[in-house]
Design a protein around this ligand. Structure first.
Ligand code: SF4
Length: 483
């Protein structure tokens, strides 16, 4: 299985990327390019569905990277049409770690008024209850994915057309969802009432695009129009353009703050701000909150880089590439022998010995999840002759699991759930360890006043334990909310 990040077992894993276009010739090519730009959001599998008046609906779903599957002219010729949607996946629901092709989206349903396909980013927090109920009423599920519930709910809806049915289905769903869907002629996009996961609208020629992130609009040459608003549903056709309405009860938005820290690409725009700039600003805040005397600020590549630049700028301590990432870590070594596997992080990162030796190093990383990688990196720096190692983390301690479309270890596996900051520092064996505060993170994300404790501006449940949407299924399984 391809790896997304040098420390795949020690990072929160985003979930999925979704993309769709309407009103462009050879839509599948655009969808493939869009998915390629969203590959960081899911590397296990991808799928594309298109529609063409002559050939009807066609689809292709494959395991692995977009570039390995959806660049073949032969395959793309089997996907004709000027409307299409796609999905890249890392399994956050269903059978984790054993992705089956039947779990790969988009999902397709044939209704009396025609077919529809959907691609979902997020996680339904009441999926188990919905699924039980649907199965009791005769639904036959094809996959283990929570997203398939949406298709079955649509099948049972009395709505007159597919957009009405999708709207009715999503009113029954709880949790985080950004959805891109299509009929024969219409592209649809929906965001849950809190807008936990992102979704943006773009314009390309006479056509339109929907995407998880703006970076995928850039790759196809589409102009970024706006974000789909929390709770908004858009129905788009080449003929009528974009029609928007708000089918859910209005609520204060709670966008995922971890998108700002790590998930989204730094060249994307979120909530009107450059992700790169927010991350750089996190480094600035971190330098103000947790200064330390040192000789060099280094990022843990690549996600720690903008924050390290901000830290260096604010502190006046020089910035350097003290750790170099092996960019060409390919599949060859992904299923290696035990001897190679034991090399672990060294396969993926190397210390720039000439820069590090004898220096007091500030290492900036985006997060600490289990802490296993942090320890290994510290060992590598000391082996290379670093005089001191100070970790500065661009997010608060991750002490709670996410139930909104991000794969997190069980709570007891999160180092911050079982140790104080001092205990973590001792356990990791570093000279100092500091995390940005929640208020600092909010300031960096554009809220100068910090976090509004009465009504937080973002979802930050993995840091605060305050879940904006009740994790119904998990509570039924025994998960205990913060008292
Ligand atoms: S719990 Fe954390 S990762 Fe999950 S949606 Fe909320 S902020 Fe994002």
């Amino acid at each position: 299985m391809p790896l997304a990040h040098p420390f795949d077992d020690d990072k929160l894993k985003e979930e999925c990327g979704i993309f769709g276009v309407v009103g462009v010739a050879d839509a599948a090519n655009f969808v493939a390019l869009g998915l390629h730009a969203l590959q960081h959001r899911g590397q296990e599998a991808g799928g594309i569905v298109v529609h063409d008046a002559e050939h009807g609906f066609n689809s292709a779903r494959r395991m692995g990277y977009v570039r390995d599957n959806f660049t073949s002219a032969e395959l793309l010729q089997t996907l004709p049409g000027n409307i299409g949607i796609g999905h890249v996946r890392y399994s956050t629901a269903g059978n984790k770690g054993q992705t089956a092709i039947r779990d790969v989206q988009p999902f397709f349903g044939e209704f009396s008024m025609g077919g529809a396909a959907i691609a979902h980013n997020g996680n339904l927090t009441n999926a188990a209850a919905l699924r039980r109920d649907l199965i009791d009423r005769g639904a036959i599920f094809q996959s283990s994915s929570d997203s398939e519930c949406i298709i079955h709910l649509m099948a049972r809806s009395m709505g007159r057309n597919i957009p009405d049915r999708m709207e009715e289905a999503l009113r029954k769903a709880e949790g985080a969802f950004s959805v891109v869907a299509m009929t024969r002629t219409k592209l649809m996009g929906v965001r849950d009432p809190l807008g936990v996961r992102p979704l943006v609208l773009g314009k390309i020629g006479d056509g339109w695009a929907l995407s998880s992130e703006t970076c995928a609009l850039d790759i196809i040459g589409a102009e970024f129009v706006r974000e789909i608003e929390p709770g908004e549903m858009v129905v788009i056709s080449a003929k009528d353009g974009v029609q928007s309405h708000f089918p859910f009860r209005r609520q204060e938005p709670r966008f995922c703050i971890f998108e700002q820290v790590y998930f989204s690409r730094p060249d994307s725009i979120l909530s009107g701000r450059s992700v790169y700039e927010t991350r750089r600003q996190i480094g600035v805040e971190l330098a103000r909150e947790a200064p330390v005397e040192a000789d060099l600020v280094c990022p843990v590549p690549d996600s720690g880089t903008p924050a390290a630049i901000g830290f260096s700028h604010e502190s006046g301590i020089p910035y350097g590439m003290g750790i170099i990432r092996n960019q060409y870590m390919g599949r060859t070594f992904i299923e290696p022998t035990d001897a190679i596997r034991n090399m672990g992080v060294r396969l993926k990162l190397n210390v720039n010995r000439a820069l590090i030796a004898g220096k007091r190093i500030i290492l900036v990383d985006d997060s600490v999840v289990r802490g296993t990688t942090t320890r290994k990196i510290k060992d590598m720096l000391l082996d290379a002759g670093a005089a001191e190692v100070h970790f500065r983390i661009a997010s608060p301690p991750t002490a709670w699991p996410c139930f909104y479309g991000v794969d997190t270890p069980q709570r007891e596996k999160l180092i911050a759930a079982t140790m104080t900051e001092d205990e973590m520092r001792e356990h990791l064996g570093v000279d100092s360890l500091r995390f940005i505060s929640l208020d600092g993170l909010y300031r960096a994300a554009g809220h100068a006043e910090g976090r509004n404790t009465a009504c937080p501006q973002f979802c930050d449940a993995c840091f605060s334990g305050e879940y904006p949407i009740k994790p119904t299924d998990m509570i039924a399984k025994g998960f205990e909310l913060k008292s």
